[in-house]
Design a protein around this ligand. Structure first.
Ligand code: PEP
Ligand code: MN
Length: 259
């Protein structure tokens, strides 16, 4: 049985058998982008919004996110759409800053091994979406989850986002075997991020459908109104029309459930 995670002050329940869709830009680039999202997302059946506030970029000269200055707009977005917000917490010093606005703290691949951050998140009750590190074994990933559990936070969602393998054709290799394994051997809800898993927007729908068929409890998908103009990860972001079509196609796929 999958443990159910109820997101406080929202109607979002994770792990209840329904596929959760969490969609939005890699980073919240501007108030205008939030407004476009707020106009579009409530017309669809999605459960939550994703968007980076502070970003961890490989290159220091790359866009690092708007940070604190976008938080008021994000609060307005939430009031307007009533959508819960999933955002990556990149630094333990931002916990208080995010507390009021962010409903689910995402721990990114680069921070899966950041045990002091995990321990602090463990002391809170707020749900944590724990991404797999680029090269983490399943044992290492589950050990990272144990850091949260040990401090008393069992509201954990695991998110497979592709791993590094010998094949460098795609950005990463989506490990659907890991999804099936975790569903069989643990009670954690398991999400899949098809965007970072392949790095190509034309492949995102196929991986999303496969993830649902493999039993994923949710999808974390990068969406941008004009992907070619995105300040980060545009090459793997799908546009609004593609998301609409994907949601229709997802409805035709049965989510695998062993019990
Ligand atoms: C993201 O979700 O935008 C992100 C940076 O993901 P990851 O940590 O998986 O690279
Ligand atoms: Mn991204």
């Amino acid at each position: 049985m999958t443990r159910k995670i109820t997101i406080p002050q929202t109607s979002w329940v994770i792990g209840d058998g329904q596929l959760s869709l969490v969609v939005g830009p890699c980073s919240i680039e501007s108030p205008e982008l939030l407004r476009q999202m707020a106009d579009f997302l409530p017309t669809l059946s999605v459960q939550a919004f994703r968007g980076g506030i502070h970003k961890l970029r490989t290159q220091p000269q790359s866009f690092q996110g708007l940070g604190e200055e976008i938080l008021d707009e994000l609060k307005n977005f939430k009031l307007r759409t009533q959508l819960p917000v999933v955002a990556e917490i990149t630094d333990v010093r931002n916990l208080e800053l995010y507390a009021e606005t962010v409903d689910v703290y995402q721990v990114g691949s680069r921070n899966m091994y950041n045990y002091p951050l995990l321990s602090e998140l463990g002391k809170l009750k707020k749900p944590v979406l724990l991404k797999r590190a680029f090269s983490a074994t399943l044992t290492e990933w589950l050990a990272a989850a144990s850091y949260l559990e040990q401090q008393g936070n069992s509201n954990i969602i695991l998110c497979e986002r592709g791993i590094r393998t010998f094949d460098t054709t795609l950005r990463n290799t989506l490990d659907l075997g890991a999804v099936a394994y975790l569903k069989a051997e643990t009670d954690y809800p398991v999400f899949v991020d098809p965007s970072h898993a392949c790095g190509r927007r034309d492949l995102v729908p196929a991986l999303s459908l496969a993830a649902k068929a493999a039993g994923a409890d949710g999808l974390l998908i990068e969406v941008h109104p004009l992907p070619d103009q995105a300040l980060s990860d545009g090459q793997q972001s799908i546009d609004f029309r593609t998301l609409q079509k994907l949601i229709q196609d997802l409805a035709t796929v049965t989510r695998y459930q062993a019990f």
